[in-house]
Design a protein around this ligand. Structure first.
Ligand code: COA
Length: 327
């Protein structure tokens, strides 16, 4: 290939652990209720990984499903990027264990850590590497077992999260025209470490030598999320030369129904253009965007040629958006 390259997104897949935990089940162990959780968040249930399931197991299942959907053999994969904040172990990277489980011994595999924005970060990094000629086919995976870092006695956080994994396959193609090409058309990443204390885990290898538990100032996170997401979506559209009305589907990070509604309103987009899975999956951090994408592709809502805006915000703070022409 000689000219500029574009990363076409040629398939997607996902995996959810079998065990489903309802709000009513949580209300047996913490002082909460199905009504409170649904009203404040839109969440009805979440999937929780089995004790023996690690993040790399969830990621590998999602990767296999995405490769099958794309019709790509594992031997073609030259790059694996996994977005996760809940790796199996402090090291090695989950991506190397996905590589091992898929039976791949060539190419590169590494993790990206941007918490709930992780998938947008991983997609942006993988897209840049594909366009730079580092790999022709890349697997981009978001996978989390957030159930392992939740304080199950803290009702303000434990009701909000779930486990799962989602993946996409990228393939290098000649770029032609940003208005007609399929694939990743533009993306933007941001971070601001001053907001560390709003959303963090109170442990880690270099601070406490423990894993720690997730802590969050929910109200502040909410306010920043709506501002930051609406602004990054605008930036990505400007960069690519599109307008909000051109978007067929917003595929947002699934943290809270009210964040999705407020962001859509700020952008002047109707909610029937927003893919919502938070009711079934809760917040699965880096897995939530590819899980939502896979749900809407597999149920036929997202079709080849549709213009998608993927966006997310997470701890750090980190946030970002990516514009993708599907299929
Ligand atoms: N069940 C019942 N009551 C609960 C509860 C629960 N699970 N969690 C909190 N409460 C209580 C609080 O203790 C508080 O009680 P008080 O008024 O007696 O002190 C009351 O509900 C209101 O709490 P508040 O935190 O102000 O509620 P809220 O409307 O802001 O909703 C969140 C809380 C967490 C749902 C909301 O702030 C949110 O979604 N924030 C964004 C979080 C997020 O998405 N983070 C991830 C981004 S990646």
């Amino acid at each position: 290939m000689s000219g500029a390259l574009r990363s076409r997104v040629i398939g997607c897949g996902s995996y959810l652990p079998q065990r489903v935990v309802s709000n009513d089940e949580l209300a047996k162990t913490v002082d909460t209720s199905d009504e409170w959780i649904i009203e404040r968040t839109g969440i009805r249930q979440r999937h929780i990984a089995a004790d023996e399931q690690k993040t790399s197991d969830l990621a590998t299942e999602a990767a296999k499903a995405a490769l099958a959907h794309a019709g790509v053999d594992v031997s073609e994969v030259g790059l694996i990027v996994v977005a996760t904040a809940t790796p199996d172990d402090t090291f090695p990277a989950v991506a190397t264990q996905v590589q091992r489980k898929l039976g791949i011994t060539h190419g590169a595999a590494f993790d990206v850590q941007a918490v709930c924005s992780g998938f947008i970060y991983a997609l942006t990094v993988a897209d840049a590497m594909v366009r730079a000629g580092q790999a022709k086919v890349a697997l981009v995976i978001g996978a989390e077992t957030f159930s392992r870092i939740l304080d199950w006695e803290d009702r303000t956080t434990c009701v909000l999260f779930g486990d799962g994994a989602g993946a996409v396959v990228l393939r290098a193609e000649e770029a032609s025209n940003i208005h007609t090409d399929h694939g990743v058309l533009a993306s933007r990443l941001h971070s601001d470490g001053r907001y560390r204390d709003m959303l963090y885990v109170d442990g880690g290898p270099s601070s406490t030598r423990t894993t720690g538990f997730l802590r969050m100032k929910g109200r502040e996170v909410f306010r920043h999320a709506v501002e930051n997401l609406a602004s990054v979506v605008g930036e990505v559209l400007d960069e690519a030369g599109f307008e909000p009305k051109d978007i067929d589907w917003v595929v947002p990070h699934q943290a809270n129904r009210r964040i999705l509604e407020s962001t859509a309103k700020k952008l002047g987009l109707s909610m029937d253009r927003v893919v919502m899975t938070v009711d079934r999956h809760a917040n699965t951090s880096a897995a939530s965007v590819p899980l939502a994408l896979d749900a809407a592709v597999k149920d036929g809502r997202i079709k080849s040629g549709d213009l998608l805006m993927l966006e997310a915000m997470g701890g750090g703070f980190t946030w970002g958006g990516a514009l993708v022409r599907w299929g």
